[in-house]
Design a protein around this ligand. Structure first.
Ligand code: SAM
Ligand code: SF4
Length: 364
């Protein structure tokens, strides 16, 4: 029964949210079948290459108050920072010299004119200093059309904005109920980014309070119907200084959230065969070889953290975030071994753009 559903998904025959939900709950035997298939599909459609995105955690200042996030505005236990422009350029040049191919600039959500202008300046500088060879992804939250446009024109060409959960009621439960945290706006932003020609990535957290298997199945369907180009999804992990931490509700055990994340990645890979899927750091926080497992069964993007060490313990979105005391140089050596172990090879010096995006462009 489950195997039939998996075969239907692979053949792009019709399947429902209920079908996806059943696959998410499958037993070990069927899971092996799913992973075997997702591995095959990955190799056939996107190959063995794993692309780097050097992650620069630019600032932990955030105007928002998402109930789950360690750098939310009202977490007063946190020392706030913004990297200097020299530090950002240095990190970007580290990525360039080490043939990473691309970087991601991520931050808490700030929408001031000064912030917008500075990001534009940084994009222009990084493009110039890397002879336009370094690809740039942004993950800077919800902004207005003018800002997104300005950043695109300055050199950013991919944008990550997780929907977090595609169910509006669920979204409202895990965010404050105000204009700053509007589900509709989140969806509008994703549409806007697409309209502006960005390669658009979204994703969800897995194992959130109140989340059902049907919710997760609907999340997968949302991504398929929205026709995303990239996906970054990972397990929800508690942070002790957030409201969600003290909610009196039963969460899935952490290992279950991890297993469910691997299933989500494998199912998305067979649903959307040529998109980019990131193997997220949160997986590694649960299992030391979590990211490698994700690569084996469907992911093809990895985001080594290249934020200066002195800021690492200030960008804790969740407890026990890995690599807080590792310098970028340590990470690159261990990553090379890790990716080999996962049966992949590193796409050095390549942007590793979403094949789904490029395939669509060539058919237009
Ligand atoms: N502020 C931007 C935004 O929200 O889109 C980008 C930075 S935000 C820290 C990046 C992602 O971190 C969020 O989309 C969210 O899914 C994830 N995140 C936040 N808190 C988390 C937690 N406790 N566990 C796992 N992921 C978390
Ligand atoms: Fe801010 Fe993003 Fe964290 Fe929400 S998830 S509090 S927007 S950094």
């Amino acid at each position: 029964m489950i195997r039939n559903i998996i075969d239907n998904i692979i053949a792009d025959k019709s399947y429902s949210i209920e079908d996806l939900s059943l696959v998410l709950q499958c037993n070990d035997d069927d899971r092996k079948y799913l992973f075997k298939k997702s591995q095959e599909i990955k190799e056939k459609y996107v190959g063995k290459k794993v692309y780097f995105r050097g992650l620069i955690e630019y600032s932990n200042i955030c105007a928002k108050n998402c109930y789950y996030c360690g750098i939310r505005r009202d977490n007063k236990t946190l020392e706030r920072y913004t990297m200097t422009n020299d530090e950002v350029i240095e990190a970007a040049m580290f990525a360039y010299k080490n043939r990473y191919g691309s970087i991601v600039i991520q931050s808490g959500e700030i929408s001031s004119p000064a912030f917008t202008e500075n990001i534009t300046h940084l994009l222009t500088q990084i493009k110039k200093l890397s002879n336009a060879e370094l690809g740039i992804t942004l993950s800077l939250g919800e902004q207005n059309e003018k800002t997104y446009k300005q950043w695109y024109e300055a050199g950013a060409h991919r944008y990550l904005l997780r929907i977090e959960t595609s169910n509006k009621e669920h979204y409202q439960k895990i965010h404050p109920n105000d204009d700053l945290h509007s589900y509709e706006n989140r969806v509008n932003m994703l549409n806007l980014l697409k309209k502006l020609n960005y390669q658009v990535g979204t994703g969800v957290m897995i194992g959130l309070p109140f989340q059902t298997y049907e919710n997760l199945a609907a999340d997968l369907m949302f991504m398929k119907e929205f026709d995303i180009h990239m996906c970054g999804m990972g397990p929800y992990i508690e942070h002790k200084d957030t409201p969600m931490y003290s909610w009196d509700i039963k969460l899935l055990p952490i290992k279950e959230r991890y297993n469910l994340t691997l299933k989500m990645i494998a199912i998305l890979r067979i649903m959307m065969k040529d998109i980019n899927i990131a193997s997220t750091t949160a997986l590694q926080a649960i299992d030391p070889i979590g990211r490698e497992k994700a690569i084996t069964i469907g992911a093809n993007i990895i985001m080594p953290n290249i934020t200066p060490r002195k800021y690492r313990d200030k960008y804790f979105l969740y407890d026990n975030k890995p690599c807080a005391d590792e310098e970028a140089e340590d990470c690159i050596r261990c990553l090379e071994m890790r990716i080999k172990y996962a049966g992949g090879e590193i796409g050095y010096n390549e942007w590793g753009d979403s094949k789904h995006f490029l395939n669509k462009l060539s058919h237009e």
